[in-house]
Design a protein around this ligand. Structure first.
Ligand code: A2H
Length: 253
């Protein structure tokens, strides 16, 4: 854990009913995967959600009618940020693994794709954020390489029970244009750095630094309501709109 608190936006990715057997009894409630992001302005380009297959997750009561799926650690932090049914106490209704979540159909705010799916990524950390990540392969090298791995490697899909139709139809959606890297900046830098898979941690960290800075300071929105606006100006407008519409909540750790 860092010394400087990190403020994330938690995107409420709604699990589309009918629910799987493990939490079928939650039918009638709104169940969300709560994905932690620092880039709310990229939500137009979501193609899937990521979980760690071996990770431990739970379904936690946020209030009378809303359930968040995330790590217990994140649920406890949320409870102390006034987001729990029982004040200052995280109540887990169902214990889940990442594998249980793979294949869930999701409806996520701002996403151009109406339905997206929950998929495995091996670099998801369960001691950071919520352990749920929303995937924007146009602008995140990690997301791009993890999606690429699943698309290119049928045995990798099979290992985690991932169906072709959860992955293959989903293309990179250009949402931000960058003077140096174009409108699929993550793909461009992964190609430039000759990154071969999601396991090349050092190269991906280098890629991430370049993209994160570039996209934020020099990028222009080319999709959505704020197309034409600089990313640094659009970011807070989009964030506030998501919060105002209750499609996202603030989370710090
Ligand atoms: B970002 P920081 Cl488009 N494990 O959101 C691994 N990665 C995680 C995570 C976890 N438990 N929780 C959050 N993240 C990711 C969008 C995005 C992100 C784009 C570009 C860059 C980027 C879409 N994925 O992050 O270590 C989330 O991915 C680059 C840093 O707290 C979150 O924002 O700085 C970011 O890492 C938070 O990482």
């Amino acid at each position: 854990e860092g010394v400087i608190p990190q403020e994330y936006t938690l995107i409420k990715m709604e699990v589309v009913p009918p629910f799987p057997l493990k939490f079928a009894h939650l039918e009638g409630k709104k169940v969300y995967l709560a994905a932690a992001t620092l880039r709310p302005e990229t939500m137009y380009g979501q193609t899937n959600a990521w979980v760690l297959p071996d990770g431990k997750y739970g379904a936690f009561e946020i209030n009378e009618y809303e359930i968040f799926i995330l790590t217990e650690r994140a649920a406890r932090n949320l409870a102390f940020q006034r987001l729990s049914k029982v004040p200052e106490k995280a109540t887990c209704i169902v214990e889940l693994t990442g594998q249980d979540l793979i294949g869930l159909p999701l409806r996520s705010p701002l996403s151009f794709n109406d339905i997206i799916y929950c998929l495995p990524m091996l670099s998801v950390l369960t001691d950071k954020g919520t352990g749920i990540v929303t995937s924007v392969p146009s602008d995140s090298p990690d997301d791009f390489m993890a999606l690429q791995d699943l698309k290119a490697k049928a045995p990798f899909r099979a290992k985690f029970g991932v169906k072709d139709e959860w992955v293959l139809p989903f293309e990179v959606i250009p949402i931000i244009s960058h003077p140096e890297f174009g409108d699929k900046s993550a793909e461009k830098i992964c190609t430039d750095l000759k990154i071969k898979s999601q396991n090349e941690r050092e190269k991906l960290d280098a890629a991430k630094k370049v993209i994160y800075k570039g996209g934020f300071y020099e990028g222009t929105m080319i999709a959505g309501e704020y197309a034409g606006m600089r990313v640094q100006d659009a970011k807070n407008l989009i964030r506030h709109k998501l919060l105002e519409l209750n499609q996202a909540v603030v989370y710090s750790e």
